[in-house]
Design a protein around this ligand. Structure first.
Ligand code: DP6
Length: 336
């Protein structure tokens, strides 16, 4: 039996649109920051030969293609026996907190440990992408870039987590499942939003700005580009038909609070993925003040603390937070 843990990531330059055709290719290049402490764990166990693998969330979670992914990965990695797989997360799943990214990265890492021969990180990232696009970025720690391409250099670490000890706060404004999953949302945006091509073109300047800001550890430059990129992603999604609105009233209230903090001289910057939660970047020295401000916004249920996180790892035993879900030995398919 193998356990692996991987962490979620927040996109600073968003992946919002797949390229047409097979292969789960993004339409543009994205950059993310892996988030310490927002984790998923996967438990993988070999079953007797013959039959199919069984894969599920514990407790039962979103309907995903976990089993199909496991079967595809087995073929790619040369794992002969079928598998029993359970995946769990320590934060709300399918609510715009990138649980699919950490889940598929943890799963890929556990499966790789059973592979006939070791694979380089770039190949494993390409594999994780088939579960969820953003999962390929959670295969690395720190600041990670994902550009279109099948080669093993498509996903690369721009800088490790130790490069820049930023504080990241997640203002949780709702924990229910998002109304439209990212996959469907980005497909609809590409197919119907008249702003889609402009979104891709404008993203190139954001990418250059974010890469430069990461290199020079320039928070105002990073935050300005990340905020702009997030707002443009959501503007493009609002232009879809029917429109996509991932925000709640508290989402807007947090945006205004972040802008108010900046007016007061606190360099804090937000970004928002496909859900109502707001992730805020600030200097560690300002963390307490920003956390208090976000926690006081009506509609914010709680604030999660994070910082740049590391790469996935294989564990001998499940992490304490995952133990109740993953130590229960019932077969995966009884949980769905
Ligand atoms: C808004 O990676 O969940 O978080 O590839 O269809 O699984 P699929 O989509 P997913 O989309 C993430 C969208 C985003 C932006 C980002 O993470 O870059």
């Amino acid at each position: 039996m193998i356990w692996a843990v991987a962490q979620a990531n927040v996109a600073l330059v968003k992946y919002w649109g797949r390229a047409p055709g097979p292969g789960h290719q993004p339409a543009g290049t994205s950059v993310s920051l892996t988030l310490d402490g927002l984790a998923s764990a996967a438990r993988v166990e070999e079953r007797p030969a013959g039959g199919e693998s069984r894969a599920a969330w514990a407790p039962p979670g979103p309907v995903t293609d976990l089993t199909r992914f496991v079967e595809g990965a087995r073929a790619e990695l040369g794992i002969a026996r079928p598998l029993d797989v359970l995946v769990t997360s320590n934060f709300p799943v399918a609510a715009g907190l990138a649980s699919s990214a950490s889940a598929y990265a943890a799963l890929t890492t556990a499966l790789a440990a059973l592979a006939a021969e070791p694979l380089p990180a770039g190949r494993l990232a390409a594999l994780a992408r088939h579960g969820s696009g953003s999962a390929c970025r959670s295969m690395f720690g720190g600041f990670v870039q994902w550009r279109p391409g099948e080669d093993s250099g498509a996903v690369t670490q721009l800088a490790g987590p130790e490069h820049w000890p930023l504080a990241v706060l997640v203002a949780v404004t709702g924990t229910g499942p998002k109304r439209v999953p990212s996959r469907e949302g980005m497909h609809r945006t590409r197919a119907t939003s008249p702003f889609f091509d402009a979104w891709l073109t404008a993203g190139e300047a954001d990418l250059a700005a974010v890469r430069k800001a990461v290199r020079s550890r320039d928070l105002p430059a990073l935050g300005t580009a990340a905020e702009r990129n997030a707002l443009r992603m959501h503007a493009t999604a609002l232009g879809a038909d029917p429109p996509l609105l991932y925000w709640e009233p508290a989402t807007v209230a947090v945006i205004r609070e972040v802008w108010r903090l900046r007016e007061d001289g606190v360099p804090a910057y937000f970004t928002i993925d496909a859900g109502p939660q707001v992730k805020v970047l600030c200097e560690p020295a300002d963390r307490q003040r920003v956390e208090r401000a976000l926690g006081g916004v009506p509609g914010v249920s709680h604030v999660l603390r994070s910082r740049p996180g590391g790469a996935p790892c294989v564990l001998a035993t499940p992490p304490a937070w995952a133990a109740p879900a993953l130590l229960d030995g019932s077969p995966a398919d009884e949980r769905t």
